[in-house]
Design a protein around this ligand. Structure first.
Ligand code: DGP
Length: 115
């Protein structure tokens, strides 16, 4: 059983979010502190706390989310110029919300390596 997080509340519409996509398995909404002109978070409805907790049972879900990100990038108009997908995992990875999420960032040139 995972701990309740703010993202669970967004899934249940208990707090507002700028939702850009939803299907049976996942939900995408704009990040509250955007780091790029387009910054969307894609989360599974299943409350997996972090990537390290995913199992082979989640193979289809994770594949679905990756392809959903690709479609979202097209829908949001950032596919042609390019974008970045980030999964912060655990404390050294900079994860602050322990409900698995994929950041989709685009709309500007992004630097590498990260800080
Ligand atoms: P991470 O550091 O990878 O755990 O990123 C968590 C992200 O979640 C961070 O970029 C800010 C975003 N965030 C946190 N709380 C909220 C919220 O209530 N609403 C929205 N839309 N985003 C949130």
């Amino acid at each position: 059983m995972s701990e309740e997080t703010i993202f669970g509340k967004i899934i249940r519409r208990e707090i507002p979010a700028d939702i850009v996509y939803e299907d049976d398995l996942c939900l995408a909404f704009r990040d509250i502190t955007p780091q790029a002109p387009t910054h969307v978070l894609l989360i599974p409805k299943k409350p997996v706390p972090k990537l390290a907790d995913a199992t082979s049972d989640d193979k289809e879900l994770l594949g679905h989310m990756m392809l959903t990100l690709k479609s979202l990038a097209e829908q949001l108009g950032i596919a042609e110029e390019g974008y970045r997908v980030v999964i912060n995992t655990g404390s050294n990875g900079g994860q602050t919300v322990f409900h698995l999420h994929m950041h989709l960032l685009g709309g500007r040139s992004l630097q590498w390596p990260p800080g």
